[in-house]
Design a protein around this ligand. Structure first.
Ligand SMILES: [Zn+2]
Length: 290
């Protein structure tokens, strides 16, 4: 067998070196849920395998990892979540398995706007989180996205922000307050001059999902005192309390929104951008309804 020439050897080594320098992930890029997955795909780009831990429509806050989820997390090259406040189950897994190094928290500053970890309802925060991720993944794994496509994602975020600002601008001052199912719309409200007058649940976790009769009468009083006209529920979550509240207060049926999860592929709201615009329109129309 002829020995390969030095030139061929060098070029073979060069090829191998390029491949390992590219550090292509053997496993997957795992995101905590559909919204962090969408942000991550836009920032890191094509050419990787993506997976979400929490299935669409499932409750993210009190999520419990299955053995299959743990396998996915172990196999993942990087895991992307919002913050330990939103996904305490990811923090617990990372700490117990000494895997903190591969977890990227998008809310690097640990902001919470009170106790509300739903930063993605404010596009400016999505821009900030995208920049955080972009910086973190530069070099590991390589950002496969072209600069143009990352820039166009930032442009898309800015467009969503401009559209929502324009949409909510026409609401009179007395049409800007609402009650939400759980404290998830503080960031949206702050960005667009709305007001969350109260929440039915004090947190997103299932443990808090049974509000008391006392809480019911307190919210009812608040609705009457502050002339609140809109109650927001989270689609897929039990809405009986909100419905009784609306009936007793003589309001229209609660408006069901999906700020917590993306729709199945092919439906309106299957990306962060369309989810924001769809929910924004529904909330706006409910606030403005006669
Ligand atoms: Zn939530």
């Amino acid at each position: 067998m002829a020995r390969p020439s030095l030139i061929i050897l060098i070029s073979l080594l060069g090829g191998a070196f390029r491949l390992s320098a590219q550090n292509l992930p053997k496993g997957e890029i795992v995101a905590t849920f559909s919204i962090t997955e969408d942000i991550t795909q836009h920032v890191i780009g094509q050419g990787f395998k993506y997976k979400s831990i929490v299935p669409p429509g499932s409750e993210i806050h009190g999520f419990q990892l299955s053995p299959a989820d743990v396998k996915d997390l172990n196999r993942a090259e990087i895991v992307v979540g919002i913050s330990p406040l939103l996904e305490p189950w990811l923090q617990a897994w990372a700490a117990a398995n000494h895997q903190e190094a591969k977890v990227v928290w998008l809310d690097a500053a640990g902001q919470t706007n009170g106790t509300d970890p739903h930063l993605w309802t404010d596009p400016r925060e999505v821009r900030q989180m995208s920049e955080t991720l972009h910086k973190k993944v530069t070099g590991f794994p390589p950002v496969n996205n072209s600069k143009e496509s990352y820039e166009s994602w930032l442009g898309e975020i800015d467009q969503v922000d401009a559209k929502l600002a324009k949409l909510f601008a026409d609401l009179p001052a007395d049409r800007r307050a609402f009650i939400s199912q759980h404290p998830n719309l503080g960031w949206l409200a702050r960005r667009y001059g709305l007001r969350v007058a109260g929440t039915i649940l004090s947190s997103g976790t299932a443990e808090a999902a049974d509000p008391s009769a006392f809480h019911f009468s307190e919210i009812l009083k608040l609705i009457r005192r502050e002339k609140i006209r809109v109650i927001v529920t989270d689609e897929g979550q039990p809405g009986g309390f909100a419905e009784r509240l609306a009936q007793d207060a003589g309001l229209a049926a609660p408006v069901s929104l999906t700020f917590e999860t993306l729709q199945p592929k092919g439906r309106e709201g299957d990306t962060w951008a369309t989810m924001m615009l769809r929910n924004g329109r529904r909330l706006h129309d409910a606030l403005l309804a006669p």
